[in-house]
Design a protein around this ligand. Structure first.
Ligand SMILES: Cc1cc2nc3c(=O)[nH]c(=O)nc-3n(C[C@H](O)[C@H](O)[C@H](O)COP(=O)(O)OP(=O)(O)OC[C@H]3O[C@@H](n4cnc5c(N)ncnc54)[C@H](O)[C@@H]3O)c2cc1C
Length: 436
């Protein structure tokens, strides 16, 4: 019997579990640990609350969880409640699928001012992540600046722009919905160091900006490259750029009845964030492209802004005893192998890029390597050993059945137009699970 521990119950964790099941059938036992009492990682806490169809992938993970040889063990933080070395004593292979939960900072002066947030915290706030539920962003200034030209920037812009009615069917948490109701934001500026051809935004997310009830995108046509150059782009990127082109031609008459504009400010590199205790503005330098890189032109300007959200990437949380690549912000690994018996998968192994589906080949790839390395297993105690340790230490862990109770309570608490009202505090989750 092979005993496998997977740390992290996001997509990478679940695809790894699925791959192990396919590989060994009944001859493997898999324990999936998560520091939170609830599973699914960024499917619950990252994917936008108004994109419920994407969150439906969790049904596939649930199927994996409900099989005999897979267990979800929530509310256990590896590296704190149990060390990596201890886990390695219990299991033949330990796979770190811990994602990349920390914001990558810009390193700018003023980044620590009040009302400047990274996207992990801001997205975590509106998605009810217990770590960020108390964020308390101030939305009373007329201008918000979003730094970054990826889909997360678009998610954040869209969430800031939507009316309460437009959140029907979403699972945005009540505290965010109530705060957004009081928002005075009229202008959302999306800053990108490079130009329209260099965006990492997909057509679906861009297209949604043109459909908003009270907001309208704006783009300076002068920032667009010659139309003929679009032919060189990959088809999906071309589609995104075509959407940007359409934003530049929206008639002023159409904008007249929109209260919010979402401005794409390309060739704009943030230099510093200014304010006295709290953000009041952001200083920006114009750039030009040279060999696909943004070079400063020396021309600067300031945008008055009361809220800044930096959406420029994430990094993995280091875990004591695990080699870490500081620059790349992920565990040091060779195609998923970290040390003998220790592996990684998903964002923890390759950094924060790609879609949910990109984590699937990671999971299957790492199980192939584990198969080469562990043979039939070394007779380790696995889950039984963990349970004994948990009892000894008083670790109150949450099973998948407990999670189903939490899920049921969240469904029962839902607003009329929402699938669930998430618990945003760990204690509430534990109580809903029927634990102390
Ligand atoms: C804002 C945002 C929106 C996104 N929207 C989309 C989208 O619409 N469509 C799409 O395809 N992709 C989207 N993605 C990308 C997608 O969410 C990721 O590809 C995917 O979640 C990465 O999977 P992962 O398992 O590596 O990490 P995560 O999903 O982050 O899972 C990591 C898990 O590990 C747990 N963990 C961390 N440290 C520990 C520890 N020490 N001990 C125990 N557990 C731990 C965490 O609690 C978490 O549950 C989005 C990402 C973000 C940030």
């Amino acid at each position: 019997m092979r005993q496998i521990a997977i740390v992290g119950s996001g997509p990478a964790g679940y695809y790894t579990a699925e791959a192990a099941q396919k590989q060994w059938g009944d001859d493997v036992r898999i324990d999936i640990f998560d520091r939170l009492p609830v599973p699914y990682g960024l499917v619950r806490f990252g994917v936008a609350p108004d994109h419920q169809s994407i969150k439906a992938v969790s049904r596939r993970y649930e199927k994996t969880s409900l099989s005999e040889n897979v267990r979800f063990i929530g509310n256990v933080m590896i590296g704190k409640d149990i060390s990596i070395a201890e886990l390695q004593d219990l299991y033949d292979a330990v796979v770190l699928a811990t994602g990349a939960p920390n914001d990558r900072k810009l390193g700018l002066e003023g980044e620590d001012l009040k009302n400047v947030f990274g996207s992990a915290s801001f997205v975590g706030w509106y998605n009810g992540h217990p770590q960020f539920a108390a964020l308390d962003p101030d939305l009373s200034h007329r201008t918000a600046v979003i730094v970054g030209n990826g889909n997360v920037a678009l998610d954040v812009a869209r969430i800031l722009a939507k009316t309460r009615a437009e959140f029907a069917g979403s699972d945005i948490v009540a505290h965010a919905l109530d705060r957004l109701d009081t928002s005075k934001i009229e202008r959302i500026v999306i800053l990108g160091r490079r130009g329209p051809h260099q965006i990492a935004m997909t057509p679906k997310e861009l297209g949604e900006l043109a459909e908003l009830e009270r907001a309208c995108p704006r783009l300076d046509a002068a920032d667009l490259p010659e139309e003929g150059e679009d032919a060189l782009l990959e088809p999906r990127q071309r589609k995104s750029v075509t959407l940007l082109r359409s934003f530049a031609t929206i008639p002023e008459a159409h904008r007249a009845d929109k209260q919010i504009e979402i401005v794409f400010d390309f060739f704009a590199s943030p230099k510093s964030i200014t304010g006295d205790g709290k953000v009041q503005g952001i200083e920006v330098e114009r750039t030009e492209l040279k060999d696909n890189r943004a070079l400063g032109t020396g021309e600067t300007y300031t945008i008055d802004a009361g809220l800044v959200i930096v959406c420029t990437g994430y990094q993995t949380s280091p875990i004591p005893g695990v080699p870490f690549e500081e620059n790349a912000g992920r565990f040091a690994n060779d195609e998923g192998r970290i040390l003998p018996g220790l592996y990684c998968s998903g964002w923890a192994s390759r950094g924060p890029s790609g879609t949910i589906g990109t984590n699937k080949p990671d999971g299957f790839g790492i199980i192939g390597k584990i198969k080469e390395d562990i043979g039939n297993g070394a007779g380790k105690s696995g889950g039984e050993g963990f349970e004994a340790m948990a009892k000894e230490r008083g670790i109150e862990f949450v099973s998948f059945r407990d999670w189903k109770k939490i899920e049921e309570a969240e469904g029962a608490n839902a607003r009329a137009d929402s699938p669930r009202e998430k618990f945003v505090r760990v204690e509430e989750m534990i109580a809903a699970a029927g634990k102390n």
